[in-house]
Design a protein around this ligand. Structure first.
Ligand SMILES: [Zn+2]
Ligand SMILES: [Zn+2]
Length: 386
């Protein structure tokens, strides 16, 4: 299937950086972009350069006083402001953070606009997906919430009904909170349970409130969930909800920190889960909304072994351009030195490369019960949508 796809990127995305010791590092974008290029699946005409959004757009997601604070702390040598979540160990302040964050938001808004107006069928902004940022507070490496601004933009300018699907290993709490009362935005988050993991929310009982009741859905999976159970649970929940919601456009957050090699979470997915999710979400967009699909990045803390391969698979799926089986040898040589770990040589993980989780059956059972609880509550939701 040939379609026009857009890759939203600016070299200035590299400025969104908490420093070399911090797990969230924009180096991963550089490494990934280089892999796309050398694998021959990214072309010059795919690239779209974003511009930073202004205050008016940011106000759809954040309070005026919060934006003021971010702007003030963007100067060199600023003191932390922990009340606004800025300057914590997770989210340190850095010079020009207002400009760098507003540019990432601009990327997601541009992606949404180009897709909604039909100039592109699909767009990817891998700098985006900063799903933890709250109205008044930075959180979990996220300063401005690009997904919330982009969704608000779609509602305001096109009166669009938006389905937001978040597969990051952490709960998409900031996006859920922004639309918790809103029946025109369906948010679905599939993540590791918040029982032990940041941000500690995203349980299946969280379904929205008031008019928005039924329009938030959460699938919290047990720690150490592997591919089979991840794919089965995802497949049992996501298509059913999105189909009954009938969105005008789908926005996905594609954090790949649920991979078994990721240092920050306890999910045990391999490339197989991501491949399955990307295919399914792509298919849903074509079936339900003329292909309108905006894909954002998100978490991913193994910058060399996981993020580049998984997001290359995402771009391959959206663009319809096949990846080779093996990673380009020159890419492996060049980045292997910087990575200081042995890099996988194939795009797809070998399923036998990792040991089976000993409590597998128990975990699968638990996930199955979570899915049942979610769906039994969702019967009301599904009926309400129609
Ligand atoms: Zn995450
Ligand atoms: Zn397509």
């Amino acid at each position: 299937m040939s379609s026009k796809v857009g890759f939203i990127y600016s070299q200035a995305y590299e400025e969104y950086s908490f420093g070399p010791e911090h797990p969230f590092n924009s180096r991963r974008l550089v490494v990934t972009l280089d892999l796309l290029r050398r694998s021959g699946i990214l072309q010059k005409e795919d690239l779209f350069e974003p511009r930073a959004v202004g205050r008016r757009d940011l106000l759809s997601a954040h309070s005026s006083s919060y934006i003021d604070t971010v702007q003030r702390l963007s100067a060199a040598g600023s003191e932390p402001d922990l009340e606004h979540g800025l300057g914590s160990e997770d989210t340190p302040v850095f010079q020009h953070m207002h400009e760098a964050s507003a540019l990432v938001v601009g990327g997601s808004v541009l992606a949404a606009k180009l897709v909604m107006e039909g100039r592109l069928e699909h767009a990817l902004n891998m700098g985006g997906g900063l799903h933890h940022a709250m109205r008044d507070k930075a959180s979990g490496f996220c300063i401005y919430n690009d997904a919330v601004v982009a969704i608000s933009f779609l509602k305001q300018h096109y009166k669009a009904r938006v389905a937001y699907i978040d597969i990051d290993a952490h709960h998409g709490d900031g996006v859920q909170a922004a639309f918790y009362c809103d029946p025109n935005v369906l948010t679905i988050s599939v993540h590791e349970t918040g029982r032990y993991l940041f941000p500690g929310t995203g349980f299946e009982e969280e379904r929205g409130i008031g008019e928005g009741y039924g329009y938030s859905a959460n699938l919290p999976l047990d720690a150490f969930t592997e591919d089979d159970s991840w794919i089965k649970s995802f497949g049992a929940v996501v298509p059913a909800l999105v189909e009954s919601f009938r969105p005008d456009i789908i926005i996905t957050q594609n954090g790949c920190d649920g991979h078994i090699l990721d240092p920050l979470t306890h999910l045990c997915c391999t490339t197989r889960s991501y491949d399955a999710a990307f295919r399914l979400l792509h298919k849903l967009a074509h079936r339900l909304c003329n292909g309108k699909l905006v894909a954002l990045g998100g978490g991913g803390y193994d910058w060399y072994r996981v993020v580049p391969r998984v997001w290359a698979m995402l771009w391959s799926e959206l663009s319809g351009r096949d990846l080779p089986e093996e990673l380009p040898p020159d890419w492996l040589t060049d980045w292997g030195q910087e990575a200081r770990v042995k890099l996988p040589e194939q795009f797809l993980d070998n399923p036998y490369m990792f040991d089976a989780v000993p409590r597998r059956a128990e975990i699968e059972d638990k996930n199955e019960r979570t899915v049942q609880r979610l769906l039994s509550g969702a019967v009301y939701q599904l009926n309400k949508f129609v």
